[in-house]
Each structure stands twice: as structure tokens, then as C-alpha cells.
Design a protein around this ligand. Sequence first.
Ligand code: HEC
Length: 321
Amino acid sequence: MKKLKIGTFPATILTLLVVYALVKWGIPALSREVTSLPFPLPVPGTLMFFYMVLTVVALFLIVTFSDEGLNDFLRPVKKLLRGGYSKALRAVVLTAIPAVIGWQVYELTVPKVEVPSSLRIQHPSSNFPRSFEAKKNPAAAPTGTEVETFMAEVKANEVQFIAQVQEDIEHWLEEAEPEHVLEFFPGPAMRKLLTQLPSGELDRDTAKAALLEKTLFEGRALYAMNCRACHGDSVAGDGPMADGFKLRPIDFTDNGTIETIVEGYTFWRVTNGGPGLPAEATPWDSAMPEWKLSLTEAQRWKIILAEYDLAQKTPRIPESH
Ligand code: HEC
């Protein structure tokens, strides 16, 4: 078989182009196969630069390894310079090289018109629906019927929990074999309620406070399952995933965050997440998920109750108009 022979010079240029194409398009295409993400992972510019410099060094070593190699490489260059291909081609190449270099230098040094930088607005109000402003957290103020249902459940020892904690509570019931499922709770109101149980007469206010303790427990459980990875155990925005984001998850213990906004705003933010933010909340896209897609309204309110409680903060009171 006759070996296809191309000169050293074209081979060098071709190798550079192939390596460039592999790094620029090959690796991102491969990344989609490996990660099965719906988008390719680009190769950072600095890494690209390293790959290309290494390729140039390797090619230089190969070409200059022997005199014949170097002569092979330089032959077409010398021929071009002597006008061996054509005088017109030589003129074109010799004009193009300084022109391209000049253009690049111009691009680098010319002053650019840039949009003035603006600081990111953490609490944008432009697309905040006013109807949310006066929303109250229903989990914080149980209605009369809710308290009564709870009292009936306590008396019958059939207290209902959210599905997410049900399994754990059943495990505990099997192991601890308590008289009443609410012995699970260490809270003062819950303890007091249980002491009233033998008499059959439950105090409404105690029951209401105990119901709040239960709601808070459920809210914390939901927080741990959904928010902890980013916002952290201590709600200080230091969860295990937090370092992975340029725009860090919010530290709820900071005075400038959930304390400065009304509950309705917090609810709206949790509901719509990063995708619901208007342009002034950029640059840097927020990784905050859109919770309306995976949590019910009641669950979101319970989490918000727990969030304020864990951070030891109170929401801002809506202004009366
Ligand atoms: C994937 C990481 C991630 C998860 C999970 C996450 N968050 Fe966030 N959250 C963020 C980031 C990043 C920000 C900051 C940027 C912004 O304001 O959108 C944020 C901001 C917030 C804010 C805005 C606070 C303020 O003062 O403006 C609230 C409220 C919030 N998160 C609540 C929650 C709740 C509740 C959950 C769980 C249901 C949760 N987050 C889960 C990443 C996350």
C-alpha cells in the first residue's frame, strides 16, 4: 500500500488544528456522554491555552529533532518567500501576517464601551406581585378547627404527621413503645399537653402551642430534606453544596436577608426560586430551585416557619397602607 505522504509543514498545521478541534468541541461532546447532562461542559480558556502550548512545544521538538526534519518543515516556507509558488501569493501572505497581528493588538488595546457595573440587588421588587405582600403564614397561626382536630387526634392517640417523617416515627414507635406518639417531642407545650391527657380535658392554648411545636418539627424535617444541602444545618448558607456556587446560598442568620422582608416575599422567593428573578437580580444566575415544582404550598409555609425559627429571626411586618 502506498503511504500517503504530506509534507512536514502541512502535517504540523493539521495537527494543531485537530488538537484545537478536539479540545474545543471533542471534550465538550464527550462530557455530554459521560455526565448525561443536557448541555456540554466547556473547556476553560486557560486549559485550552495550556493544551495548545504543550502541542506547539511537542511539535517543535519533533520538527527540530533532526536537520532533515527541520529542512522538510522549512522547505515550503522558503519556497513561498522566494516566490516559488507565485509572487501574488507571497504578497498576500506577507501582507496578511502583519495585518492580522495589528488587528489583534488593536482589539486588545482599544477602549471599549461597557455597561456600567451595578451591584446585584438581593431583594428585587420590580416583579414581586403586591398580592403576596400581606400574605400571612398559615402554619404560624392555626385556625380554631385545626386546633380542635389536633385535640381530637391527641385524645385518640392518632396524630397525623406529614408523609415524609411518617416512616421514622413508626420506627421510633416500634423501638420505644411509648404510651403516646407525642412523647416523641421534648417541647414544653407538648409535655404539658400530655400531662393533661389522663383527665380528658385539654387546654386549648396549650394544644395550640403544642400544634405549633409539631408544625415546627415538620418544617425542620422538610428543611433538612430540601434546603440543608445549600443553606446548611446552621441556616448560615454553608451547606455542603454551598461552595459550588458563585452566588452563594443566602445566610439566613445575616440581618440583611430574611429579616428585612415580609413573610409573603419570602414565600414568593421560595416558590419561584432563581428562575423567577428579574434582570436586576443578575449578574450571576441564582441556583435557588423553583420550589413550586416540588413542594406544596403548605409544605413551603412550614419550611418558612422553621427557617425563621432556626435563624432566630422574625419577618418584617407589612406596612399598612
Ligand atoms: C441548590 C442550592 C439551593 C437549595 C437546595 C436551596 N436554596 Fe435557597 N438560595 C440558594 C441561593 C444560591 C440563593 C441566593 C441567591 C438568590 O437570592 O436567589 C438562595 C436564596 C434563598 C432565599 C432568599 C433570601 C433573601 O433574603 O432574599 C430564600 C428565602 C431561600 N433561598 C430559601 C430556601 C428554602 C426554603 C429552600 C428549601 C426548600 C432552599 N432555599 C433551597 C440556593 C439554594
